[in-house]
Design a protein around this ligand. Structure first.
Ligand code: PGA
Length: 249
């Protein structure tokens, strides 16, 4: 059975005190919005800025939710070195971090991340026992010119060279749907994710949808047979809305 992973991506939001405030409210909100007695086979993950990663060792264990993890938003491919502004796999491992987002479109668009560096980061994360969440997705222009499939297939081919498909999550994030309120129709996200799955050597990988996921569209998205979870930006910043998303029905 494929694992469901409901992930938040806080991007460059929340100071440490704001993060603590979120986690003091989140468990109560999870209970308030819970539709069922137990959430089985489901991982809740929040990928935080580096300054909040230590929460994984302090705040989160105290909450006592065994299916809640903290993840990072990037990782370098070497263990240490003169790479100003980067963070290494051992630095994450020491904090108990088990997940990292790699190749988010904002990294590719604004910080020159290429398929080559994405591939190196994926392999480095895996070599240290961290599960990477690889983000792929097309721009509005690519969608309008019918290049969605070919673009995503080329990203997968380049990014997944020598990557272990037994320790990997993929997020399909159409760039035009990120932060715009313009969600990809659930059926279309399902179709593209099915195509992504058809290109993998391990078809049991968890594949998420990301792009303007909100409490009012999560149920329809999660009802799609190919979609195993979501990667949520804006709506993960508020405890009540992310709890409702984690408690999709
Ligand atoms: P959004 O961001 O939910 O704010 O659209 C998603 C993402 O960038 O992962």
């Amino acid at each position: 059975m494929r694992k469901v992973v409901i992930a938040g991506n806080w991007k460059m939001y929340k100071t440490q005190s704001e993060a603590k405030a979120f986690f003091s409210e989140f468990p109560t909100q999870l209970k308030t919005t819970a539709p069922k007695a137990a959430i089985a086979n489901q991982q809740i993950l929040i990928c935080v800025p580096y300054t909040n990663l230590a929460i994984a060792q302090t705040v989160v264990p105290a909450i006592g939710l065994s299916n809640l993890s903290i993840g990072a938003q990037n990782v370098h491919w070497t263990e240490n070195g003169a790479f100003t502004g980067e963070i290494s796999p051992p630095m994450l491992v020491e904090l108990g971090i088990k997940y990292v987002i790699i190749g988010h479109s904002e990294r590719r668009q604004f910080f020159g991340e290429s398929d080559e560096t994405v591939n190196k980061r994926l392999k480095a994360a895996q070599a240290h026992g961290i599960t990477p969440i690889l983000c792929v997705g097309e721009s509005k222009q690519q969608r309008d010119t019918n290049e969605t499939e070919s673009w995503i297939f080329s990203q997968l081919a380049a990014d997944l060279v020598d990557v272990d498909q037994n320790n990997l999550i993929i997020a399909y994030e159409p760039i035009w749907a990120i932060g715009t309120g313009d969600t990809c129709a659930a059926s279309e996200a399902n179709r593209v994710i099915g195509l992504i799955r058809s290109k993998l050597t391990n078809p049991n990988i968890t594949i998420q949808y990301g792009g303007s996921v909100k409490p009012d569209n999560i149920d329809e998205i999660m009802a799609q047979p190919e979609i195993d979870g979501v990667l949520v930006g804006g709506a993960s910043l508020e405890a009540s809305s992310f709890a409702r998303i984690a408690n999709y029905q």
